[in-house]
Design a binder for this molecule. Structure first.
Ligand SMILES: CC/C=C\C/C=C\C/C=C\CC/C=C/CC(=O)SCCNC(=O)CCNC(=O)[C@H](O)C(C)(C)COP(=O)(O)OP(=O)(O)OC[C@H]1O[C@@H](n2cnc3c(N)ncnc32)[C@H](O)[C@@H]1OP(=O)(O)O
Length: 280
């Protein structure tokens, strides 16, 4: 049903209605011709860590879907074990100043686009989803996850602080008390724990099952007029989006200050080593 013709992402907006599927390096978009629902697949091996290019391509794909009035979007991963490992640590380690600035501004943009998109959005979480991966999942309206994976904002465990808009997104998803516990502990929930706390909405037995469940969730909106739907969604979400829009530059400066701190750089070096040693 989801066709797989390959096209460059730049042509997506013009061709979305004519062709079933488009692909850039790190993002594949396939649209179900009958339902108009798009599957956006992150495909940056090995762990879909969010570097500048993946972030930019995701943002472009989501904006193009908006322009083409898509009926719903399912965000998932081409990996069998990782949805997204969060921000690409290499973007923050010994960074080029212009690139790291663009990296953060693009992440802000991606979040505002996904969190505020008018179409129904579902994360089909078919693998681990720490930190930035959890942010992407929580920014969707509905989450379906496969068993035996973990999800959460683990920043404090890494000795860093999740930005205020990550925190707001978690608070809006699971409520103040549970968000406070999760954020202060840097807790990574198992699939079962995530379901219990309301961080995810359903558990699926396979990726296919997750997509089928996502289609069913989105299908519920077929009979709901789109404009009242979108306005209702934005009444709940626009305050946090506007807060970031107004404080983008401040947020960027705070990020740059942390990244460029020699202590952070040392921490990143040790963290990168520890990730490599886990394999040995
Ligand atoms: C840590 C950041 C510290 C400081 C940042 C400084 C300032 C920032 C200020 C504010 C920003 C705050 C916001 C942060 C949000 C984030 O998203 S930070 C990123 C946090 N992500 C993680 O902690 C996940 C780390 N990865 C894992 O836990 C595992 O890789 C995972 C469970 C996802 C998958 O496990 P597995 O399938 O076994 O794969 P490997 O661990 O073997 O990994 C494969 C290779 O991929 C490399 N890799 C993994 N994660 C990342 C990553 N996030 N960025 C870059 N590279 C990553 C890993 O090293 C392996 O590489 P190799 O094959 O050895 O070369």
């Amino acid at each position: 049903m989801y066709s797989r013709t390959m096209l460059k992402v730049r042509t997506l907006s013009n061709n979305l209605k004519m062709y079933g599927s488009t692909s850039s390096n790190f993002v594949n978009v396939s649209v179900n011709d009958k339902s108009g629902v798009a599957i956006v697949t992150m495909q940056r091996e090995p762990v879909n860590s969010l570097n500048l290019e993946l972030i930019t391509q995701l943002k472009t794909a989501l904006s193009d879907l908006e322009r083409n009035k898509c009926r719903g979007m399912i965000l998932t991963s081409a990996s069998k074990s990782v949805f997204s490992a969060g921000l690409d640590i290499m973007e923050m380690y010994k960074p080029n100043q212009e690139r790291v600035r663009n990296f953060w501004l693009s992440l802000q943009d991606l979040w505002m686009t996904l969190y505020g998109c008018s179409y129904p959005s579902v994360a089909a979480i078919n693998g681990h989803s720490p930190a930035g991966g959890c942010l992407l999942s929580m920014s969707c309206e509905y989450r379906i996850m496969l068993p035996n994976f973990t999800i959460g904002l683990n920043e404090t465990k890494l000795g860093i602080i999740a930005p205020s808009w990550f925190v707001a997104t978690m608070k809006n998803t699971i409520g103040f008390r549970k968000a406070e516990m999760a954020l202060t502990l840097g807790f990574l929930f198992t699939t079962e724990e995530a379901l219990k706390v309301g961080l995810i909405d359903e558990v699926a037995s396979s990726k296919e099952d997750a997509i089928a469940k996502a289609d069913k969730f989105i299908g519920q909106f077929a009979k709901i007029p789109p404009q009242p739907r979108t306005i209702s969604k934005l009444m709940l979400r626009s305050k946090d989006i506007e807060t970031l829009r107004k404080t983008k530059e401040q947020d960027l400066q705070a990020f740059l200050q942390v990244v460029n701190d020699p202590k952070t750089q040392k921490g990143l070096e040790l963290y990168l080593e520890s990730l490599k040693q886990r394999k040995a």
